[in-house]
Write a protein that binds this ligand. Structure first.
Ligand SMILES: O=C(O)CCC(=O)C(=O)O
Length: 267
C-alpha cells in the first residue's frame, strides 16, 4: 500500500513534487491515497480537545435535525470553519489541496466539511460508495474522479478505535465484488486519507470506550453537489460565520467559488 510521507516534500512546487505524483497515481489506480504527517500530532490533539469541548451535544446516540445517522452509533455532524477548524492548514491543507487540484482540476471546490463520529461500541458500518455513479452508463467507472472524500482523524484510526475499511480499486467496479475482502486502513493522528467518491468502503466497529471523531471534507469538481449525504434541509454542507470567506487566503479562495456564484444568483 502506497503511503506518502509529506515531511519529505520540500520546496514550493508541491504540485510538481514526486510525492504528489505518487499520490495521484495511487488515487487513480487504487482509488485512495494515504498522506502521512500532513499536520503535527500536537495540532491534531488540540483539534480533538476543541472538538470534545465544542461538539459534546452531538456525542449522543440520536439523530438531531442537523445530523445524519450513517450507521449504528455513527453520525455525520456539522463542524464550523472557525477556531482550529477554520485554519487553512486543516480545511485546505497544502498537500491535500495540491493533490485535489491535480486530480479534479485547479478549480476544485470544497463542497462540504464536517465530522463523522463513531461512538464507543459502534458496530461495523454498511459498505457503500459516497455517492451514486455520475451516469447510469458503462463508462461511469472509467471516468476520472468527480469528487474526493478527505478524512483527517482526530484520534488514531486503528483496529481498536475503529477505522475505515476500503476495497482497493473498487472505484472501477460496476457492481460490488463481495468476495474481495476490504482492507482496514491504519491512519494515525496527523495523517489523512483521500478516496475517490466511487470507492466502496465502510467504517469498522469502535471497540474502545471513547468516541472516534474524524473530520471529513468533500473536494469536488466545481459543478458537483453532494445531495445523497445531505438529505435534510437543516444539514449544512459548509458552516461558517460572516467574515470567514474574507479570511481565506487568496490562493485558497477558489475552493469557495461556488458559494460566491450562488450568492450572486440569489441577489
Ligand atoms: O466512519 C468511518 O470510518 C467512515 C464513515 C463513512 O464512510 C461514511 O459515513 O460515509
Amino acid at each position: 500500500m502506497t503511503r506518502i510521507d509529506c515531511r519529505q516534500i520540500s520546496g514550493d512546487d508541491l504540485a510538481g513534487s514526486e510525492q504528489v505524483r505518487l499520490a495521484f497515481d495511487s488515487l487513480t489506480r487504487h482509488g485512495f491515497a494515504i498522506l502521512d504527517h500532513v499536520l503535527p500530532q500536537e495540532r491534531v490533539r488540540a483539534l480533538n480537545a476543541e472538538f470534545a469541548a465544542g461538539y459534546d451535544r452531538y456525542l449522543q446516540n440520536s439523530e438531531l435535525d442537523d445530523t445524519l445517522k450513517v450507521g449504528n452509533k455513527r453520525y455525520m455532524i456539522p463542524v464550523a470553519l472557525s477556531g482550529g477548524f477554520g485554519d487553512p492548514l486543516v480545511y485546505a491543507n497544502p498537500f491535500v489541496v495540491a493533490l485535489a487540484r491535480h486530480v479534479l482540476e485547479p478549480d476544485a471546490i470544497l463542497e462540504s466539511f464536517g465530522a463523522v463520529v463513531s461512538l464507543a461500541g459502534s458496530r461495523q458500518q454498511h459498505i457503500h460508495r459516497d455517492g451514486r455513479l455520475l451516469f447510469d452508463s458503462a463508462i461511469s467507472t472509467m471516468l476520472p474522479a468527480h469528487a474526493l472524500t478527505f478524512v483527517l482523524p482526530l484520534v488514531d484510526m486503528n483496529d481498536i478505535n475503529g477505522t475505515t475499511a476500503i476495497s482497493p480499486g473498487s472505484h472501477r467496479w460496476k457492481v460490488r465484488n463481495e468476495e474481495a475482502p476490504p482492507v482496514a486502513l491504519d491512519v494515525p493522528a496527523g495523517s489523512c486519507v483521500l478516496w475517490d467518491f466511487r470507492l466502496y468502503h465502510g467504517g469498522t466497529s469502535n471497540r474502545s470506550d471513547a468516541t472516534r471523531p474524524i473530520l471529513y471534507g468533500t473536494y469536488s469538481r466545481h459543478w458537483y453537489r453532494d445531495s445523497r449525504n445531505f438529505e435534510k434541509k437543516e444539514q449544512r454542507h459548509l458552516a461558517f460565520d460572516e467574515g470567514f470567506l474574507d479570511s481565506v487566503p487568496e490562493d485558497r479562495r477558489s475552493l469557495f467559488a461556488h458559494l460566491v456564484a450562488a450568492d450572486a444568483m440569489a441577489r
